[in-house]
Design a protein around this ligand. Structure first.
Ligand code: UD1
Length: 428
């Protein structure tokens, strides 16, 4: 007899229609902390990282570091990591397949130990997501790469710096830039990465590495220069605020016609979103206390194309689609990073939206309102888009499979509740 154990899943229940009001604090950036945790493998000394969000993905990275032999502990938003006793250089499929960001232990393991065996992460719901750019960049540093039974087996007698072009068909890659940077900091000589990703999270990683004693210049531009050093030391560092969480909260305020002050968010990281919102009739004002969101009653439709930073982020695509679905007129979203990242379209249509997908485009004919419905989250940012739709909907929305949301948003429902939303967690 086979006994099947079902793990109970959580869902979020939302009774929409409440304009959000009050102040909310943005957490540390998920996409910064994950590679920075991997970077701690580069030194035998202790590192202390603060402003760390309490997220499932952070816990997964803690497990990966521990599986390699490192000490890693998260307490009250502070991560203590010591990789002195790392003896294992294999990152297992079971962990890597649950979170792509774990692939970036490859660079630091190679930098410090000159060998690494890291599982290939595999596909994911938002698209194929290859790692060819990571491997191309790492090979350029004088590393032999072999694919064996689903693992990247990488070895090198000595890593040597090199000039390389790291752009791909979809532009620059955030984690490939990070991976190569982390391998190159301990390589001999100079590495130049052209078409490097310019995202603030790449800058955060480079700043952390520099605090450890690395010599990196040009972070935040498409040309990063790394002068290899012999040794890195431990460092203390505080993670930047999460621009995607900040953007999601801005949209939560806008979609409910609320009045929210978002503390800790950096306007300079949100330029493309704020510019589009201004065209729609949502003003985001930078005040001393934080970002203040003011939304006109009648918004205008806009066209949006997702592209690498500083252009409109793909990680905000699902959330802005929710706002455009209740903005009268026709808007078009073109997804240029992950052309298949549209799993939320069918779910938003179940809530009364009128969105037609045509290849990498979504054509949205804005309606007056959403009507609440049971919906299913397919990935992290799609979940956030559905929560926003639920906040604006008439009636009750159940967002199922929110384990995706828990991967990347720290206590989102608690934050929204504090702003007055009628939202709670239930077991499915
Ligand atoms: C990071 C973010 C993710 C975000 C994405 C794009 C983290 C932990 N995750 O993911 O939230 O959605 O940036 O902003 O930081 N590509 C290749 N070959 C590669 C690598 C990427 O073709 O080797 C392609 C991808 O399929 C995609 C594009 O390049 O079309 C950008 O992807 P990339 O920047 O690498 O995404 P991630 O770094 O994985």
């Amino acid at each position: 007899m086979t006994i099947i154990f079902m793990i109970p899943l959580d869902k979020l229940v939302i009774e929409g229609g409440v304009p959000l009001k009050g102040t909310v604090m943005v957490s540390g950036a998920k996409n910064s902390v994950l590679p920075i945790m991997a970077a701690c493998l580069l030194t035998e000394s202790a590192c202390k990282i603060s402003n760390v969000p309490d997220l499932k993905d952070v816990i997964t990275m803690v497990k990966i570091l521990r599986s390699l032999g490192a000490h890693a502990e998260l307490e009250d938003g502070v991560l203590s990591i010591n990789a002195k006793n790392v003896r294992n250089h294999t990152a297992d499929y079971k962990l890597v397949s649950t979170m792509r960001a774990s692939f970036c232990v490859l660079g630091p393991l190679l930098g410090r130990f000159k060998k690494a065996k890291v599982s290939l992460p595999g596909g994911c719901v938002i698209g194929a997501r290859p790692v060819d750019l990571h491997l191309k960049g790492i090979k350029n540093l004088g590393v032999d790469i072999d694919i064996q039974a689903g693992y990247v087996v990488a070895t090198s007698r000595r890593l040597r710096g090199k000039s390389m072009f790291l752009g791909g068909d979809y532009g620059s890659s955030v984690l490939a830039t990070g991976n190569v940077m982390m391998a190159a900091v301990l390589a001999e000589g100079k590495t130049i990465i052209e078409s490097a990703a310019c995202e603030p999270e790449v800058v955060d990683l480079a700043d952390f590495l520099n605090k450890m004693g690395a010599k990196i210049k040009g972070q935040g531009t498409p040309c990063i220069e790394i002068e290899g050093v012999k040794h890195l030391r431990g460092a203390e560092y505080s993670i930047i605020p999460d621009r995607i969480e900040a953007g999601t909260l801005i949209l939560a305020s806008a979609i409910t016609r609320g009045d929210v002050l978002i503390k800790g968010a950096l306007k300079s990281h949100l330029g493309a979103l704020i510019d589009k919102l201004a065209q729609m009739g949502v003003k985001v004002k930078d005040t001393e206390a934080g970002l203040k969101v003011k939304t006109e009653n009648k918004l205008k439709p806009v066209n949006i194309t997702t592209l690498p930073y500083p252009c409109f982020p793909t990680d905000m695509q699902a959330q802005i689609m929710s706002l455009l679905s209740v903005t009268q007129g026709v808007s078009v979203i073109t997804e240029k990073i992950y052309p298949d990242r549209f799993m939320h379209v069918a779910e938003l249509n179940r809530m009364g939206a009128n969105i037609m997908r045509e290849g990498p485009h979504a054509i949205i004919e804005g309606k007056k309102f959403f009507s609440g419905a049971p919906v299913m989250a397919s990935d992290l940012r799609a979940s956030a888009g559905l929560v926003l739709a639920g906040l604006a909907a008439k009636g009750r929305t159940d967002v199922r499979r929110i384990y995706h949301l828990d991967r990347g948003y720290e206590k989102l429902e608690v934050k929204l509740k504090l702003l007055g939303a009628r939202i709670w967690r239930e077991r499915e």
